[in-house]
Design a protein around this ligand. Structure first.
Ligand SMILES: Nc1nc2c(ncn2[C@@H]2O[C@H](COP(=O)(O)OP(=O)(O)OP(=O)(O)O)[C@@H](O)[C@H]2O)c(=O)[nH]1
Ligand SMILES: [Mg+2]
Length: 257
């Protein structure tokens, strides 16, 4: 197409390429989810269905975008890790961020009825997003450890808080009881209220990890009636410790170059 005299406006668009050969993390976070969770009467402090809806959206996102190799989610947030060599949209930040966050938001609406068949979606779920580049696998792992520590701290506090409320305390009283308490004291408070923190669902305590894994599946049965199996790559969700070495050592393909 011939250049028009208006073509020059394009020169105002700034380049926003993310640094090459770095790990890109896109973190999305629900907008005003404090209010959104109240409006939709999410269970406090954790709503299993709401978290599983988030996980299902993350799984679908990994199915769609093959360069996303891992995701970690907690509460109203999800972090998506692109492989280091990704050339997704020539690494243009605005393209990457906007595509991921709009894809996720649309999925959230589309899947709502599956997870909340009896609840009407009353307000518009909306997410913000940012992209960050990390230069080494150590820092990527520290990033996910940071999110998981946050999950633990918030979950332990919130569980104590809502259990104190259920036991008859006012919000003010619960806040005062928890002020300045460390992990062992919070565990003790929960124990007094009849809860063993370590027995709460792992999804609440550890958050959710989504990635591709090899799973064995039966393709057919042979003449002797024995199953013939093959390995297939499948996106799935687990709730595990990602702080420390174990998880990453068991899944070296996630952080390989
Ligand atoms: N009841 C309930 N609330 C949840 C659950 N997951 C997330 N939330 C709510 O979502 C909030 C997420 O925290 P933030 O992202 O800091 O708060 P926000 O209201 O979304 O604020 P912005 O992200 O700044 O827009 C929590 O504080 C809870 O109020 C859940 O499973 N149950
Ligand atoms: Mg939020």
């Amino acid at each position: 197409m011939a250049n028009s005299k208006y073509e020059y406006v394009k020169s105002f668009e700034v380049e926003d390429k993310l640094m090459p050969s770095t790990w890109i993390v896109v973190r999305i976070d629900g907008r005003h989810f404090h209010q959104f969770s109240d409006e939709h009467e999410f269970e406090k402090p954790n709503d299993k269905q709401a978290l599983e809806l988030m996980n299902s959206c993350a799984e679908a996102l990994l199915e769609e975008f093959k360069d996303v190799v891992f995701a970690y989610g907690v509460s109203d947030e999800y972090s998506f890790l692109f492989k280091k060599t990704s050339e997704f949209y020539q690494r243009r930040a605005s393209k990457i961020v906007s595509i991921l966050v709009s894809f996720f938001s649309s999925l959230y609406v589309m899947k709502w009825k599956t997870f909340f068949p009896l609840k009407e979606l009353k307000t518009i779920p909306c997410f913000d997003a940012r992209a960050i580049c990390y230069p080494s696998t150590k820092i990527v792992r520290d990033y996910f450890s940071w999110r998981q520590v946050d999950c633990h701290i918030n979950n332990q506090y919130n569980t104590c808080f809502w259990m104190l409320i259920k036991s008859g305390k006012t919000k003010r009283e619960a806040q005062d009881i928890l002020k300045g308490t460390q992990t062992p004291e919070k565990n003790e408070i929960l124990f007094q209220l009849g809860i063993n923190y370590n027995e709460l669902p792992a999804m609440f305590r550890k958050g959710s990890c989504v990635f591709r894994d090899k799973v064995e599946e039966i393709v057919k049965y042979n003449q002797d009636g024995d199953p013939v199996k093959r390995l297939r790559t499948k996106v799935g969700t687990v709730h595990r410790d990602i702080i420390g070495d174990t998880f990453w050592r068991e899944h070296p393909e996630i952080l390989s170059d």
